[in-house]
Design a protein around this ligand. Structure first.
Ligand SMILES: N[C@@H](CCC(=O)N[C@@H](CS)C(=O)NCC(=O)O)C(=O)O
Length: 213
């Protein structure tokens, strides 16, 4: 039987993405929790370049970087497809993941952690980015259509972590009036049984985020 191990961290959205992908496919795996303030020699051995979680170990072979790991999982195991089959749809899914990671998550975090003039500018910029997601979600339940797909899994930070950060900061960047489709997606997302089971508990997240913020 294949040996699958995941080095992760419970509050990491990147780790949670990989856990969601493994569970969607029904892959059995051993989970190893990392203390990111005191990384294990194994994590440093398997991800010497980035020294980050998640790392997937499949029959002794390590793979790092959540997006790459998810594609590997999708290609290696049977079960529901995480990436679309159609090449154009696949390319688009990858495009949105890159946009969410490199632009949205960064911009949204900046909007709620900066203040004054810089904060106002960051909020405007973040709103422009979210507007693109708002358009993309028009007429759709999930980014993947009726079912959770690559983009939904990868958007866990903006779908869950970000809402808690906003609550803690007393901010309301995402309102139903401004972004009805996006807010409806967040609502479907956090209430989806599968997603819910794979998100960290809110109370625990609040504790750790308070320390970070
Ligand atoms: N691009 C990476 C990002 C992974 C990442 O940033 N992991 C964080 C936890 S959320 C980490 O391990 N941080 C430890 C560090 O930066 O030293 C991925 O997609 O897997």
């Amino acid at each position: 039987m294949a040996e699958v191990k995941l080095f992760g961290c419970w509050y990491s959205p990147y780790s949670r993405r990989v856990e969601m992908a493994l569970k969607l496919k029904g892959v059995e795996y051993e989970y190893i929790e990392e203390d990111l303030s005191n990384k294990s020699p194994l994590l440093l051995k398997y991800n010497p370049i980035h020294k980050k979680v998640p790392v997937l170990l499949h029959n002794g072979k390590p793979i790092a970087e959540s997006s790459i790991i998810i594609e590997y999982i999708d290609e290696t195991w049977e079960g529901p497809s995480i990436l679309p089959k159609d090449p154009y749809e696949r390319a688009m899914a990858r495009f949105w993941v890159k946009f969410i990671d490199e632009k949205c998550a960064v911009g949204m975090l900046k909007a709620c952690t900066s203040s004054g003039e810089e904060g106002e500018k960051a909020k405007k910029e973040a709103a422009q980015l979210i507007q693109f997601l708002e358009e993309e979600l028009k007429g759709k339940k999930f980014f993947g259509g009726d079912n959770i797909g690559l983009v939904d899994i990868s958007a866990n930070f903006i779908g869950y972590w970000f809402g808690i950060i906003q609550e803690l900061k007393g901010q309301e960047l995402l309102t139903k009036e401004k972004f009805p489709n996006f807010c409806e997606w967040v609502n479907e997302y956090v209430n989806n049984k599968f997603i819910k089971e794979n998100l960290p508990l809110k109370d625990k997240m609040i504790e750790i985020l308070k320390a970070f913020l």
